[in-house]
Design a protein around this ligand. Sequence first.
Ligand code: AMP
Ligand code: MG
Length: 686
Amino acid sequence: MRGFDTIVMVDWSSGNDTGPRPRKDAIWAAVNRNGAAEAPVYLRNRLMAEEWLTALFDQERAAGRRVLAGFDFPFGYPKGFAAALTGSADPLTVWDWFEARVEDTPKHNNRFDLAGQVNLALGGGKGPFWFNGLQRDINGLARRKDEYSNPFPDKRQSEQRTKGAFTCWQMGGAGAVGGQVFTGLPILARLRRKYDAAVWPFMALDKDIALVEIWPSLTVGPAPDDQIKDAWQVQEVARQIAALPEDRLAEMLTVDAPEEGWIFGLGYEAELKAPVLQNDCFALPPGVHWTPVDEALALLQGRLAPVCGVETLPLGQAAGRLLAEDVEAQRANPPLPNTAVDGYGFAGGRGAGAHDLPLVKGRAAAGDAPVVVPSDHAIRVLTGAALPEGVDTVILQEDVKVDADRLLFTGPIKQGANTRKAGEDVDAGEVLLHAGRRLTPADLALGAATGNDHISVRKHLRVGVLSTGDELVDPGTPAKDGQIYDANRPMLLSLIAQFGHAPVDLGRVQDDRSALRDVLDQAVPQADVILTSGGASAGDEDHVSALLQEAGAMDLWRIAVKPGRPLALGMWQGKPVFGLPGNPVAALVCALIFARPALEVLAGGHWRAPQAFNVPAAFTKSKKAGRREYLRARMKDGAAEVFGSEGSGRISGLSWAEGLVELPEPAMQVAPGDPVRFIPYASFGL
Ligand code: AMP
Ligand code: MG
């Protein structure tokens, strides 16, 4: 079954017609078709909402597009209500029951009277419904909570898991959903019948139209000041759902709640809430000319957010991946108190002097279920065995004599000696590993020991790598005079792989704006972020920066760093583009210092500064004030030596080096033996 093409989200209202001018507390709907958002639609009453939905469904069906339609009211009632009302636990019988009885016009509806009738039939006139929004009294519908009692659970399972969800029994008042269910379900019942729509989560979603329960407040924050909350919320939810990869949406829609229904997105809030990168996310504050390295890094750190989806993997396949959610201990480690040594176990400590305890038969070895040892008896125990009941102290086998069936030893020995307490390492429920961590082999041991078998990790960040320049040719083809081999692409592609991301080779493009535009367009569906090299400055042939500037979403970051030319940072159709310098030395340094931490955040990881070490210099250098400098360096006999030439064309120096020496912005004289900061390539994950 293919995914959904059109997402439409609806914020319902049980109020009367709200007039022609768009306003809050009316019905609002937002469409997102194939990822493109449309402006929210104001629907002043339910009659118009039903007509609008009918027209939309007709149009989408005619165009062969699958529709996911979300509505912000419960699709089912708490357990027991459906069967009491209709004789069947199938919630869709409740839909039909309401459809047959609710009278609804733009200025009037019978929901309070109907609620009173249900109360008289099912709850002696005291419940389950309450709240009378009318002037006149209604038989069976309490006005006050103290006259009310509910024969059914107050909340559905899904609502118990959320903060601030209203119960569906409250028929009116600000935020109440009871009236929305009464007025919404009849319309959904008709739409379902007319379009043979699937209703979530009661039916398989193998139809062209699926109706799904949503609750925007679960994943959408406050609206911007100039927008109506309901309009903003439906648009945001539509965007969040449209942004999900098909398989991820399918996983979120896999829910087992046959009677009460469920709220879409419950348990996936953080993933759905992930912010989108704005087009201006790389804009520098006005008036900035040269940006110090630390400021540039802080700006990047503040602007970026994860763009990768999430998948669930068996623990054993997750090494090197970024955790999407915290991992908790499913059980304690150790799960039971156990013995740390081979020896003999008994209860309590013993004072100085000779001791003699009868030995019970058998032994406790690792993996054995605990047996019971009577008081003042001892038992043979082997390392890792759970302590038998009645044992809290273990004596080393080297410190005892065994005579027939008696244990002989000399005290003192403290109570608890040579044992490990249950949970002394990790308690059940403890958070072991936090979202954003890159999983190490040791993390897998910790996760496995505490009973985790599947974990939620980020999908790989797809990083496109593109070389630009008329002078470039591919290795393996003859190079004419003036031509050079493309050195950056193999370097950057392998760098990306070593960072733990998925490299995507976008090839090479000439210094030609329309060719570059085409390549970037083609990159959009294949990559989550694009690294280019060359053409990033402000010259005539610097088409990367020119093109991004044209798209209105770029800033040239003039960073006070050597080696390095301006970095062109921009957005191309929602994808971040890092325009690295063409020079391979500068390209590598900028990729390590700026792109690496940025990519880690885009991938869902933590911003991490590379680990650096203060070591003595093995070189002499006179450094000018202004820029931070990175020298190609390596360790020899405990001191950092640097490559003979600082020339930025010297690729051999990159390869010679095993790391970088970082010299701060101020002027300085470095003499042999002076401390300098050395960053091994390994600190960058290489
Ligand atoms: P650009 O930033 O395009 O002006 O390039 C700066 C210098 O880097 C020029 O000498 C280019 O020839 C060189 N260069 C650009 N791209 C590459 C590449 N992919 N491989 C090797 N050298 C390159
Ligand atoms: Mg160039």
